[in-house]
Ligand binder design. Structure first.
Ligand SMILES: C=CC1=C(C)c2cc3[nH]c(cc4nc(cc5[nH]c(cc1n2)c(C)c5CCC(=O)O)C(CCC(=O)O)=C4C)c(C)c3C=C
Ligand SMILES: [Fe+2]
Ligand SMILES: [Fe+2]
Length: 365
């Protein structure tokens, strides 16, 4: 449909094309207030890959109930974790992007354009793809920052990317990373982060490995998310040499009344509290940046549940954030997926330079 194509920057002969890397995370509200939360939740909960429910019925539930109650309640939660510089999710994603860009520049010696985008809110995937094209990127690698693939997380990233590409006249070469749940470097970074924590604060009686939940129905419909979470959890426990009774995998953040993946983190924590467990540590390997779901739901609410039920010490182990092993891992995953492109880029640069030299010689004569 030609008339729907987006305007294109003018084609320039002989310009050196660049390679771009786009890191994508979920997105976060602009401020911890009810107005910003309303905008954020409306966009989030209108996404068909997040809410698989008949559209017309959902429209009434969303506008009639959820968007009248939830924004104020969620804003109060966000206010408890908001940093002076802004939302933790955004701050960590920005820092990860800057740090991996610096690492790749040092390792590869050729300039890459490294940006981040969000599924919900800003900067959007659409605007960042356009921005990268405007900077001359003719090859773009999109890395979904969710380690485990779910239709509602990495699936959303891929759909947004392909929708935006479908509107372009001059479509860049594109590569995508949909998951890396069992990548040895990711598992090693998670294990190192935990060992660093235990080195400072000692070890718990049990390690709770908690992932964001999704509706149970999605597993029955073929979503690999549950199995990928189990595999990450198992590999992590093996890397830490934990026995079966020293760890438990569970799922948090249930939304609504339908069955979600289980066991539910809140119930597991409560039971361990009731059994008067001396100490539990919770880690959330599905979130590579700390956010509302880790800092509020686990570190604040989870702690209240455990202590309230009679448990002893509760520790939340921070996400990978800017851990050096994680930045190295990101760099390694990116480099693996750029294979072939780097060599092509070097050849193109060489031929553009020799053409420029030949033209300059011709002009001298
Ligand atoms: C309503 C259904 C939801 C599905 C399905 C879902 C999947 C899903 N989400 C993440 C990661 C994050 N979710 C975050 C917040 C959040 N999640 C939902 C609902 C669903 N998520 C809501 C309504 C919210 C908003 C907060 C609230 O009102 O409770 C966040 C935190 C964002 C932040 O700003 O800090 C993350 C990250 C994954 C990985 C996932 C599927 C696997
Ligand atoms: Fe979520
Ligand atoms: Fe939550």
């Amino acid at each position: 449909m030609l008339q729907n194509m987006l305007p294109e920057p003018a084609y320039r002969h002989g310009s050196i094309d660049k390679i771009g890397v786009l890191l994508v995370n979920l997105g976060t509200p602009d401020a911890p207030d009810a107005k910003s939360l309303r905008v954020y939740l409306k966009q989030f909960l209108s996404e068909p890959r997040i809410i698989e429910f008949p559209r017309w019925l959902w429209w009434f539930i969303l506008h009639g109930i959820i968007l009248t109650i939830r924004p104020a309640k969620s804003a109060e939660k966000y206010a408890q974790i908001w940093l002076p510089e802004g939302s933790p999710l955004k701050i960590h994603t920005e820092r990860q992007t800057e740090q991996v860009a610096a690492l790749l520049k040092e390792q590869l010696g050729i300039p890459l354009v490294v940006e981040y985008a969000m599924i919900i809110g800003t900067p959007s995937i659409a605007e960042q793809l356009q921005h990268m094209k405007a900077q001359g990127c003719s090859r773009i690698l999109v890395l979904s920052l969710f380690p485990q693939y779910a239709a509602s997380s990495s699936g959303c990233v891929l759909e947004s990317v392909f929708t935006e590409l479908s509107k372009m006249r001059n479509i860049p070469d594109i590569r995508t990373v949909k998951h890396y749940h069992d990548h040895p470097d990711y598992i090693a970074a998670l294990a190192q982060n935990i060992r660093d924590y235990w080195g400072k604060y000692g070890k718990p009686n049990k390690l709770i490995i908690s992932f964001h939940g999704v509706p149970r129905k999605t597993l029955e419909k073929g979503d690999p998310y549950y199995c990928e979470c189990q595999k990450t959890g198992r590999l992590l426990a093996t890397a830490l040499a934990l026995t079966d009774d020293q760890y438990q995998i569970c799922f948090q953040s249930r939304f609504g009344f339908s069955k979600w993946l289980s066991p539910y983190t809140a119930e597991v924590i409560k039971e361990l509290g009731q059994q008067q467990t001396k100490r539990i540590d919770v880690v959330c390997p599905g979130f590579v940046a700390d956010c509302l779901e880790t800092l509020e739901e686990i570190a604040i609410e989870g702690k209240e549940i455990f202590i309230g039920a009679g448990g002893g010490e509760f520790h939340y182990i921070p996400s990978l954030n800017e851990h050096p092993e994680w930045i190295k891992t990101l760099g390694n995953i990116i480099q693996t997926h750029l294979s072939g492109w780097m060599e092509q880029q070097a050849l193109e640069e060489e031929s553009t330079q020799s053409r420029a030299r030949a033209l300059a010689l011709g002009a001298e004569k």
